[in-house]
Design a protein around this ligand. Structure first.
Ligand code: HXC
Length: 258
């Protein structure tokens, strides 16, 4: 399928989804979201890790498209927020791990997009923040919720109330990004991490992700019950049999993802 505002490049089991509107610093407009939705729904089955990044050398994503939002009313704003949520949920619920490679500005909707990924790595020139209150609005693609869950409620309030941009080092200090890399090494680093993940059992990664995500919204006892169920489910998989057999035979496992 031909896309205008995104690119999907697949190398074996690793795919890179690039938000690619560098003239608008990769701002998310309706068309971009629809293209992202289509790409996520049609992700080739051999893909085991998805990396999300921004096209050009300045931005990951500089936010939702302000030009598109400037003239809309309440009903359309709600729809636009709902569309963004739909795509973020789709990303978050993929059964494979996702990695945000934040290669520049990740502001507003861009920061929210990174937060919907499982792991976030940033380049030294990344700037992250939620500046929406300066535009008279609030984050609308899950930022008020996912930022608080990632860095804690009080930090989230500070960032959203002030709208301040954090540099990569500060973002790492507060746990918003995992590691900071020189710009020219960011994507390679993300691919190295992806390479480690694809050596592990796909079924196990999928269940680990599912249980961590679902469990975060439950009390500990219920969440641990989800863990036990998933642990049991994995013992019905070929991956579990192969993983343990390979260990006993002192050889690397070859997982089928079934
Ligand atoms: C539309 C954008 C944009 C955006 C940048 N551009 N961000 N267009 N929406 N979010 C466009 C600019 O208009 C400009 O177009 C071109 O990209 C280059 O941007 P400049 O501002 O000239 O670059 P620079 O001076 O380097 O400043 C970079 C920047 C600044 C600091 C990132 O662009 C900026 O502050 N952008 C907006 C960031 C923001 O407020 N994001 C949150 C949006 S609200 P032209 O045509 O002039 O070259 C949001 C809500 C999500 O995300 C929830 C919605 C439901």
């Amino acid at each position: 399928m031909a896309y205008e505002n995104i690119r999907l490049d697949t190398e074996g089991a690793i795919a890179v989804l690039t938000i690619d509107r560098p003239k608008a610093l990769n701002a998310l407009n309706t068309q971009t979201f629809l293209e992202m939705e289509s790409a996520l729904l049609l992700l080739p089955s051999q893909v085991r890790v998805l990396i999300v990044t921004g096209g050009g050398d300045k931005a990951f994503v500089a936010g939702a498209d302000i030009a598109e939002m400037a003239t809309i009313g309440s009903a359309q704003a709600r729809e636009f927020s709902a569309l963004g949520h739909r795509v973020m949920h789709l990303l978050e619920r993929l059964t494979i791990p996702t990695i945000a490679a934040v290669n520049g500005f990740a502001l507003g909707g861009g920061c929210e997009l990174a937060l919907a990924c499982d792991l976030i790595y940033a380049s030294e020139k990344a700037k992250l923040g939620l500046p929406e209150t300066g535009l008279g609005v609030i984050p609308g693609f899950g930022g008020t919720q996912r930022l608080a869950r990632t860095v804690g409620k009080m930090r989230a309030k500070e960032l959203i109330f002030t709208g301040e941009r954090l540099d990569a080092a500060k973002a790492r200090e507060i746990g918003l990004v995992l590691e900071v890399l020189p710009a020219d090494q960011l994507l390679a680093h993300c691919k190295t991490v992806a390479g480690k993940l694809i050596k592990n059992g796909p079924m196990a990664l999928s269940q680990a992700k599912r249980v961590i995500e679902l469990g975060a919204d439950q009390d500990l006892r219920t969440a641990n019950e989800l863990e036990s169920q998933a642990f049991g489910v994995l013992f019905g998989s070929e991956d579990q049999k192969e993983g343990m057999k390979a260990f006993l035979e002192k050889r690397p496992a070859v997982f089928s993802g079934r």
